[in-house]
Design a protein around this ligand. Sequence first.
Ligand code: HEM
Length: 406
Amino acid sequence: MLSQNTIAIIKSTVPVLEVHGKAITTRFYQTMFAKHPELLNIFNHANQKQGRQQTALANAVYAAAAHIDRLETILPAVRQIAHKHRSLGIKPEHYPIVGENLLAAIKDVLGEAATDEIIDAWAEAYGVIADVFINVEEEMYREAERAEGGWRDFRPFVVVKKERESDVITSFYLKPQDGGKLPSFVPGQYITVKMDIPGEANTHLRQYSLSDSPGQDYYRISVKREAGEDGKPAGIVSCYLHDHVREGDVLPVSAPAGDFVLDTAADTPVVLISGGVGLTPMFSMLKTIVERQPNRPVTYIHAARNSSTHAMKQQVEDLVKRHPHARAYVLYSEPTAEERARGCYDKEGFVDLPWLQSVLPGNQADFYFCGPVPFMKGIYRSLREWGVPAERIHYEFFGPMGSLEE
Ligand code: HEM
C-alpha cells in the first residue's frame, strides 16, 4: 500500500511529467538501450524512429500514475498493453530495468526539481504499477499455455503456403513444425513473428492479425509490403517476408493475443470497415460470422486505392454469397479509367457519414474498423456524429495505439 503522502506527491507531479513526457521517455530509451542492448531484440525500431512508442509508453505511465489510488479503473487499458507484452515475451525481470532507467531519465530531465522525495515516491509507484502488469501478464502466459495445443513463448512454425493477395499484400500460411495441435483464437487477435534477418544486428518482432477464421489447421497472416513511400522508411521485416521467405522456411511465433475481438456470443448486427491492409482482422471476423452465425447481419466495407491493391476480393464475394444477411461494399480512392468505365466498385473516394447512412439500415450495430490513422479518425468522427455509442465502436491501430479524438 502506498502512503497518502506518496499518493499526493505522485498526483501533484503527474502534470509536470506530462509536460516533459516525451523528453523523459526519449531519454529513457537512449540510456536503457545503451545499458541493455539485448532489449533491441524486443523493441520495434521503426516505431522508435517515428517516436510513436515514446508517446504510447509515456501516456500509459502517466495514466497509471494519475489513477494510482484506483488502479482497478485502468485495468482494461492494462490488459490491452499486457496482451501485447505477453505476445512479445516480456518477462518480470524486464520491469526493474525499465523502472531504473525511467527514474534516471526523470532525474536527468527535471534536474533539481526532482527531489529525493519525488524520486522515491515515483520508485514506489512504479513498483506498484509494474506488479499489476506482471500479475496480469503471468495469468495471460498461463492461459496461453493451458489452451488446447497452447504454448508459452515462441514455437517454430513452417510456412506451408505463400499466396499473393494483391500487388502489395501476400498471405503466409503457418503450421507448427512439431506437428502438434493449434489452439483456437478469437477473430481479431494477432500473433507475433520473430524474424532473424541476415545482416541485421538484432532480431525483429512483428505483430500480424490472423486473417483466416479459427478452426483451420494453420494460422494465416497477410502482410503488406511496406516499400517506403511518402517519406516513410521501407519495412525491413515486411520486405524480407515478401522477397525472401519461402515455403518451407521456419518462423518462431507466439500464441494468439489481443482484445480487439469479435464478440461471437452476441448476435447484434456487425459492420466491419477496413482501409488497405486493415482488412486482415475484418476478413477473419467476416468469415467467422459466415461460418458460425447464419442469422447475424454483417456488412463488410473495404476501402482500397484501386483493384491492384484490393486484396481478398474473390474470397469476400464467395463468403457473402454463402450468407443470407451478409453484404459487401468496396470503395476505390484512385480507380483507373478502365475501372471507372466498368464501375467495379460502389463508391469513388472515401468512407464518410452520408455514404454510410445511405448503405446501412441504421446505426444500431457493432462497428469494427482498422486501417491507417487518418482513415480511422474519419470513421470514428463519422460514427460519433451519427450517435453510435462508444461501447459499440471497436478499433485497432497498426503498431502502437494512439488516440482518435481530435
Ligand atoms: C508496448 C506501456 C513495461 C516492452 C507498450 C505500449 C505501452 C506500454 C502503452 C504500447 C501498446 C500498444 O501499442 O498496444 C508499458 C508500461 C510499462 C511497460 C506502462 C511499465 C509499467 C515494459 C517492459 C518492457 C516493455 C518492462 C520490456 C523491456 C514493450 C515493447 C512494446 C511495448 C517491446 C512494443 C512496442 C514496440 O516495439 O513498438 N508498453 N510498458 N514494456 N512494451 Fe511496454
